[in-house]
Design a protein around this ligand. Structure first.
Ligand code: ADP
Length: 403
């Protein structure tokens, strides 16, 4: 079975074609800058890369261009688009309606549309991807895999905000959490690596990429997560501020005399690593600058690792203990510095890092970085959201319930 996985943003479409027999990625790529000057396709088949500079007006043209290269004489991996058995779509927000991945029907499309107020930038883009595939491949079944679904097991005392209750009833303002496919995948993989059933484990997953979030996963279910109503809450990130005193955006608006959209931009695009350091939103740049003595880069790193450490403590308390701590995504998979500093001083919890192992497990490797005597296992598990989408899509095609 060949599955096309799509991650459609407002100006980009990422794709992978996965042969489910052996779970092999046949081709992958991205169409960038859709509807903007300088749009292009980057396509990879095996180790062969091709970059195509071409005007791409909208998502329909992007999908057509992708199929042109998937069926290309030299760079193609299928002889016709009909060879695709099913398409799995990443959908950012499933609100309270979706607790797992689903086959896309007209009713499901309507329900995804109903979630637009919760994700006004993301869901319309995801829907544009679904519509474009419907036009290109009307007969092919499609599955929606939601970023929020895995966290729907949270209980009201962990997902409610202490705001007037009507805001929840009327506008569904509550914590949803994101990166659900990643937290689900790495927690399940961690349990397998330990040879334990996930139903017996208390796991904290630490997803540190450009976006970053942590989750408390008790006996296989997400009971809390750092991102909230939007991905802005919780850990601070490349350009997002994370937790703040809620009065601060009001003060910024008042002091800078800027409007709602400008405050939104400041909190989402100008804060976090770039805001504190004034240098970069990329962790590699901060580590380098800090090692050369840049004080603001150093401060940014101290704040970052302190915040991860605080949540490890909070989530251990929330679960009544901890068995496994899992690091993943760009920073979690590569920065031995961030992992070591985030775990520093957690011996009292039973977390002890083996510094040498920690330095070795980088560059997409999987492995244990805790020392032999550590009561808590600390693992690095590279995430693979596309594979989860493909697996869920296959499970639904096979008439099975996804994990
Ligand atoms: P996205 O959320 O866009 O998928 P990624 O998971 O790719 O992001 O993570 C991107 C982050 O990972 C960037 O901050 C980048 O600096 C960081 N990163 C990648 N490689 C390294 C490395 N070797 N050391 C430290 N940080 C790294």
């Amino acid at each position: 079975m060949k599955i096309l996985v799509l991650n459609t943003g407002s100006s980009s479409v990422k794709y992978q074609v996965i042969e489910m027999e052996g779970e092999v990625v046949l081709a992958k790529g991205i169409v960038e800058r859709i509807g903007l000057p300088g749009s292009r396709l980057k396509h990879r088949k095996g180790t062969d890369d091709v970059v195509v500079e071409k005007d791409v007006k909208d998502h329909n043209e992007a999908i057509n261009l992708i199929f042109t290269y998937l069926t290309h004489e030299e760079y193609g991996v299928i002889s016709s688009p009909e060879e695709i058995d099913a398409v799995g779509h990443r959908v950012v927000h499933g609100g309270e309606k979706f607790t797992s991945s689903v086959l896309i029907t007209d009713e499901v499309l309507e329900m995804i549309r109903d979630c637009i107020p919760l994700a006004p930038l993301h869901n319309p883009a995801n829907l544009a991807g679904i519509e474009a595939i419907k036009r290109a491949l009307p007969q092919v079944p499609m599955v929606a895999v939601f970023d929020t679904a895995f966290h729907q097991t949270m209980l009201p005392f962990s997902y409610m905000y202490a705001l007037p209750y009507e805001l929840y009833e009327k506008y569904k303002i509550r914590r949803y959490g994101f990166h659900g496919t990643s937290h689900r995948y790495v927690s399940q993989k961690a349990a397998r690596l330990m040879g334990e059933r996930i139903e017996r484990l208390k796991i904290i997953t630490v997803h540190l990429g450009n976006g970053a979030s942590m989750a408390a996963i008790k006996f296989g279910k997400s009971i809390d997560t750092t991102m909230g109503y939007t991905p802005l809450e919780g850990l601070y990130m490349g350009t997002r501020c994370g937790n703040l005193d809620p009065a601060i955006p009001l003060a910024i608006q008042r002091e800078l005399k800027i409007n709602y959209t400008q405050v939104d931009h400041l909190l989402n695009k100008k804060s976090g690593m770039i805001g504190i350091s004034g240098l970069s939103s990329d962790m590699r740049d901060l580590e380098e600058a800090s090692s050369k003595g840049n004080q603001r880069a150093k401060l940014a790193l101290e704040m970052y690792t302190y915040m991860v450490k605080k949540y490890i403590g909070a989530y251990s308390a929330a679960m009544g203990g901890l068995d496994v701590l899992v690091f993943t995504a760009g920073i979690g998979e590569n920065s031995s510095f961030v992992r070591e500093k985030s775990c520093e001083g957690l011996n009292y919890l039973g977390v002890v890092i083996d510094k040498e192992r920690n330095r070795e497990v980088v560059g997409g490797k999987e492995g244990e970085i805790s020392s032999k005597g550590s009561k808590i296992k600390v693992l690095v598990v590279p995430t693979n959201e596309e594979l989860v989408i493909a697996r869920d899509t296959k499970a639904i095609m096979d008439g099975k319930t996804p994990d």
